[in-house]
Design a binder for this molecule. Structure first.
Ligand SMILES: Cc1cc2nc3c(=O)[nH]c(=O)nc-3n(C[C@H](O)[C@H](O)[C@H](O)COP(=O)(O)OP(=O)(O)OC[C@H]3O[C@@H](n4cnc5c(N)ncnc54)[C@H](O)[C@@H]3O)c2cc1C
Length: 459
């Protein structure tokens, strides 16, 4: 039987969508140029049982199922496949429980990252993973991509905060993996395996996360540099000084320029590269660390530095960072890279990016989580870009991946493999490790219905 009648037998009509315009908007994430198919339908799950019904129907009919949170992904991971079911988890958006004593929260996958942060803040608690998309992206999507973010330089990525999961597995069973306790080593760590598996090994229906006590207000140190060498020296200097900032972000001249073209914040007039560093140490220690950061930046040759502790000033300094991606998108679809290199290689990687841009004749704007070596070189292309320019951008995309691997880095620091990084993953991991990855996929998705053809191609 084909998929639609099977779904209609099991699910209420009002959660099955076949409207072509809606399907088109749910068929793509934010990754420009990743291929996308035409889904058979969209299902807006309201419960774990709905998810199980969808997966079982997909197994019976041999239909691919693509899980979807908010669709903010940048690797094509949530893009539809021809004839698939797009399974939206957005409506499963309840914070089920917050336990201030254990410092845990149990949430459904469609909860927006910022909504979880707000909910736990009411209990004096903090959920650290803070992707720059935290206002829109879902916890389910964050778990499935093992999302990083700005404060990860000090506090780590999503995987470090996921204790346990409820999921519908590739056999259509509802299972729980992981724990709710502070410690636990029972069996293989299937929770860690599921985190970052991009909907290819199971569909996450509930997440138990670890929380920290509410954080203190941060102090921001901003610095502008004329040359890349100076900015690179400053990044290395922070590590040399033994400082672990709670944020260390870099914006290059192209990015600063496009932000100013749009919002006129004056960020491009002070220098070609801007570093933003935060400290969240308490009281005088925070003030001392902020001064130490400023000294490192001055010693590296900063033309301008400023310290801000007032929240409004901090927000103003971070406005350029928050607006960067959207400022670039105003120029046309943006191809976003996500390579991560050893921290000491950040300046060399940025130098390579400049070479690649010049060699291929494309613009590359770079925003970086500099403190952990994770760079987002972005290539905005006009919507009417010539075939030649498009090919040049795609070639530059491959060059960037190759350069990162050559410098001992990885092809994706936080956005995931999806469709765009499959070649890069194969090159980075090598055939033996890809074979292991395929074996895991085959074991956990024996019917091959969970987001097939993404991450690792299977026969
Ligand atoms: C402006 C902007 C800034 C960004 N900044 C960051 C950043 O700082 N750090 C970062 O890591 N990312 C960032 N991203 C990328 C993106 O926001 C993250 O990858 C995010 O985690 C995706 O969440 P989502 O809810 O939108 O998931 P989607 O895009 O809907 O899905 C992402 C992947 O997860 C799978 N998936 C979704 N929900 C589930 C589920 N319940 N069970 C199983 N699989 C599921 C999908 O199939 C897909 O493979 C940014 C994106 C934008 C547009």
């Amino acid at each position: 039987m084909s998929i639609l009648p099977l779904l209609r037998e099991r699910l209420p009509d009002d959660i099955i969508v076949t409207d072509a315009d809606l399907l088109a908007s749910y068929a793509v994430d934010r990754a420009a140029w990743a291929r996308a198919g035409v889904p058979a339908c969209l299902v807006r799950a309201r419960s774990t049982r709905d998810v199980q019904d969808v997966v079982q129907a997909c197994i019976e009919s041999g239909t691919p199922v693509v899980a979807r949170g908010a669709g903010t992904g940048l690797s094509g991971g949530a893009n539809a496949l021809d004839g698939c079911v797009v399974l939206s988890l957005e409506a499963m958006n309840e914070v089920v429980a917050i336990d201030p004593v254990e410092r845990t929260a149990v949430v459904q996958p469609g909860v927006i990252n910022n909504d979880l942060r707000d909910a736990v803040a009411e209990h004096g608690l903090w959920y650290p993973p803070d992707p720059a998309s935290s206002a829109w992206s879902t916890i389910g999507g964050n778990v499935a991509t093992n999302a990083g973010g700005l404060c990860c330089v000090k506090y780590g990525v999503t995987r470090e905060y996921v204790l346990g999961l409820e999921l519908v597995n590739g056999r259509g069973e509802i299972v729980r993996v992981g724990r709710r306790t502070a410690k636990g080593v029972a069996g293989y760590d299937l929770t860690a395996l599921m985190v970052g598996s991009e909907g290819t090994l199971g569909i996450v229906t509930e997440v138990t996360v670890r929380l920290l006590p509410a954080r203190l207000p941060e102090i921001t140190v901003a610095a502008h540099f004329d040359t890349l060498a100076q900015a690179g020296d400053a990044i290395a200097g922070v590590a040399r000084a033994g400082i672990i900032p709670s944020v260390l972000e870099l914006l290059d001249s192209f990015t600063l320029k496009v932000v100013d073209e749009w919002k006129n914040l004056g960020v491009s007039s002070e220098g070609n590269y801007m570093l933003l560093a935060n400290t969240d140490l308490p009281g005088e220690s925070g003030e001392r660390e902020a001064r130490a950061l400023q000294e490192v930046f001055d010693a590296a040759g900063a033309g301008f530095t400023a310290i801000a502790s007032d929240q409004e000033e901090v927000d103003a300094l971070f406005a350029a960072r928050r607006l960067a991606y959207f400022a670039l998108e105003r120029r046309g679809p943006v191809i976003t890279e996500d390579v991560c290199v050893p921290k000491a290689k950040v300046p060399e990687m940025i130098r390579r990016l400049e070479e690649i841009a010049a060699g291929r004749g494309v613009y590359i704007a770079t925003v970086a989580h500099a403190g952990d070596g994770n760079l987002h070189p972005c290539m905005p292309l006009p919507a009417d870009a010539s075939e030649e320019l498009q090919q040049a951008a795609l070639a530059a995309f491959d060059d960037i991946i190759d350069a990162a691997i050559e410098l001992g880095g990885t092809v994706t620091g936080e956005h995931g493999v999806g469709l765009l990084k499959m070649r890069g993953l194969a090159k980075e991991a090598g055939p033996e490790v890809i074979a292991m990855q395929r074996a895991v996929k085959a074991a956990l998705d024996p019917h091959g219905v969970l987001n097939p053809g993404k991450v690792v191609e299977t026969a």
